[in-house]
Design a protein around this ligand. Structure first.
Ligand code: GRF
Length: 236
């Protein structure tokens, strides 16, 4: 496996136009419904958005997100983990597909496979994930049930760079929602999902623009002093 190159792949607009935008080729990895994929598709359709979804990869051949990708004219590829003897072989295949398609950034969007350290280290600070909790709280599955059980007053979602620990890595953006007495796991999931769709595209934009610096576990954003610009708190 080789190390992917950083950089720019394509330019939108005519070469002499002042408005041309440098685009980074992104792969979105999904396993299911793909509503986060849809929010990324919608944002990337703006000519001024600095990333383009060059490929959607699913480990699940029946993922509804594949239909969304096809409707948007985005190439799709199935890399079904069940067809590989072990995780290493699955990830080698994934890596090859990404390299063959000159992908520079990966967005995990409801991708339900845990990626191993070898793969993640090859793509260090080039894999983004969205998680339906305020990390580092409630890593893993069933986040909304666990937030209710814990009795916390707030929950939300997080976009972060992926490191080899589960649901861990430098945080790029978060959104917070209040938990009401009558909330259920389903009502929380619905409210959090709306915020997921709101924070993933701006987080991707920052990364694609090269405005993010990662030092240790902390992200700083060029030109941004107040974290509140990338923290959504729609509490009513
Ligand atoms: C989202 O809640 C995401 O945070 C989690 O799985 C769900 C996927 O939703 N990882 P969708 O497939 O993007 O609709």
């Amino acid at each position: 496996m080789g190390v992917p190159e950083a950089g720019v792949t394509q330019v939108r607009g005519q070469p002499n136009q002042h408005s041309r935008v440098i685009m980074v080729d992104v792969a979105v990895l999904i396993s299911g419904n793909g509503t986060n994929l849809q929010s990324l598709i919608n944002s990337c359709s703006d000519d001024n958005f600095p990333a383009r979804i060059a490929l959607v990869i699913s480990n699940n051949p029946h993922a509804k997100g594949l239909i969304r990708a096809k409707a948007a004219g985005i190439p799709t590829k199935i890399v079904n983990h069940r067809h590989f003897e072990n995780r290493e072989l699955f990830e080698e295949s994934l890596h090859k597909v990404l390299k063959d398609n000159r992908i520079k950034l990966i967005c995990l969007a409801g991708f339900m496979r845990i990626l191993g350290a070898n793969f993640i280290n090859l793509w260090r600070n080039r894999i983004l994930n969205i998680h339906p909790s305020l990390l580092p709280s409630f890593k893993g599955l069933h986040t909304h049930e666990r937030a209710l059980e814990a009795g916390v007053l707030f929950t939300g979602c997080t976009v972060h760079f992926v490191n080899p620990e589960l649901d861990d890595g430098p945080i790029i953006a978060q959104a917070v929602i209040a938990i009401n007495n009558d909330d259920t796991p389903d009502s929380l999931a619905a409210k959090v999902l709306i915020q997921e769709h709101a924070i993933y595209p701006p987080a991707l934009k920052l990364v694609a623009e090269g405005r993010i610096r990662v030092v240790g576990n902390k992200v700083t954003i060029k030109g941004v002093t107040y974290a509140s610009e990338y923290m959504i708190s729609p509490i009513t």
